[in-house]
Design a protein around this ligand. Structure first.
Ligand SMILES: *Cc1c(COP(=O)(O)O)cnc(C)c1O
Length: 370
């Protein structure tokens, strides 16, 4: 059996481009803090890539969420609609603003926020909807934007796991993150692209962009040093992170192609396995394979957790889906979260790292089939 010694990781970055070169340039220039040419270049290239007017880099994706929400003027009397199945950051950022997250179940198939009864969660206090493009699968943005427009709500896309994914709006394919009033991205080590830690907010709204730049650096007034009329933060990215980010965004299409090949191979090999379902949406999307996701249920002979243990014994790392927010100690509540509870119990993410070989994918799929 192959891979007896090496463990196949769930995710691994690809740093084989200009990362070292640019990082060394940043070091040599001695601009290693949060001013420097790479920050401007990275923001510019990122905005161009998404097709947004502005991009504001941050220290991480959670900071990006908080910065965007704070700049939207969110306060303690406001409610924010979020999907029940997401990484904890999405709701924590709402809590940082002292606003109330309103949890909504996900769609059974695609894992985006459920649009069918979304409107019933909207109240006079609702200010923002945060769709999450979970595991690289876009939420139903066409419907979400329609609903937001009708009720005069802001939309902040959590695109942390879906950089490069596209969804059809009318007859036009659009990149996620660039559709709502703002979109955030994460460059944590296991994300589509990385800067070690890092994040970005994109927007077409000049006022929002200016506010974010202000609050990112302590809300310091333009009129003088050390005068802070607004409550701000230190959420700046360093020039070193941006140097790595620039090298990554230069190669983003190549990186996404590697992900696509991984996903195509998994799909091909797992499509006829009884009890293994590959998620699909009932609207048109071009997913990116952040982590390749499957649903494990009968007639598959093992439960999801049993499969995780079996794979681990064969040197294959895998990850269960997130625990729903309504089951997290800080947000515990009752409600109809049938689909998120189901996905959380049956969902599994398979290795999808950049150095994953075809043989390893074959080995993983054979292990699942046997
Ligand atoms: C990773 C992630 C974040 C936060 O990003 P960090 O850079 O780790 O702070 C936010 N939302 C989702 C859905 C994520 O997966």
């Amino acid at each position: 059996m192959k891979n007896n010694k090496k463990i196949i990781p769930v995710a691994s970055p690809d740093l084989t481009g200009n990362e070292k070169k640019y990082l060394n340039q940043a070091l040599s220039s001695s601009w290693i803090s949060s001013t420097g040419e790479f920050i401007d270049k990275f923001e510019l290239e990122f905005a161009k890539y998404i097709g947004s007017k502005y991009a504001v880099s941050t220290s991480n994706g959670t900071a990006a969420l908080h910065l965007a929400l704070a700049s939207m003027g969110l306060s303690e009397s406001d409610e924010v609609i979020v999907p029940d199945l997401t990484f904890i950051s999405t709701v924590n950022a709402v809590s940082y603003c002292r606003a109330t997250p309103i949890l909504v179940d996900i769609e059974k198939q695609g894992f985006g926020i459920n649009i069918n009864n979304l409107e019933s969660f909207i109240s006079r206090k609702t200010k923002v909807i945060i769709p999450v493009h979970l595991y690289g699968i876009p939420a139903n943005m066409e419907k979400i934007m329609e609903i937001a427009k009708k009720h005069n709500l802001l939309v902040l896309e959590d695109s942390a796991e879906a950089q490069g994914a596209e969804v059809k709006i009318g007859s036009i394919w659009k990149k996620v993150g660039g559709i709502g009033d703002a979109g955030i991205f994460s460059f944590y080590g296991n994300k589509i692209m990385t800067t070690g830690e890092g994040g970005m907010v994109v927007t077409n709204n000049k006022n929002l962009n200016d506010k974010m730049i202000l609050l990112r650096a302590h809300g310091e007034s333009h009129s003088g040093h050390y005068f802070h009329p607004q409550l701000g933060f230190n959420y700046r990215m360093t020039n070193m992170q941006a140097a790595i980010g620039l090298a990554q965004i230069e190669r983003i299409n190549k990186l996404l192609n590697i992900k696509k090949n991984i996903s195509d191979l998994y799909r091909e090999q797992l499509k006829n396995v009884q009890g293994i379902t590959i998620p699909e949406t009932n609207y048109q999307t071009r997913n990116v394979c952040w982590l390749f996701s499957i649903i494990v249920d009968i007639p598959y002979p093992l439960t999801r957790n049993q499969l995780i243990s079996k794979l681990a014994k064969k040197g294959i790392d895998s990850r269960p889906f997130f625990i729903p927010i309504h089951k997290q100690p800080n947000y515990i509540q009752k409600g109809n979260f049938q689909n998120s509870a189901y996905a959380s119990e049956h969902g599994l993410n398979l290795p999808s790292g950049y150095d994953l070989t075809n043989q390893e994918i074959n080995y993983i799929c054979e292990s699942i089939k046997n």
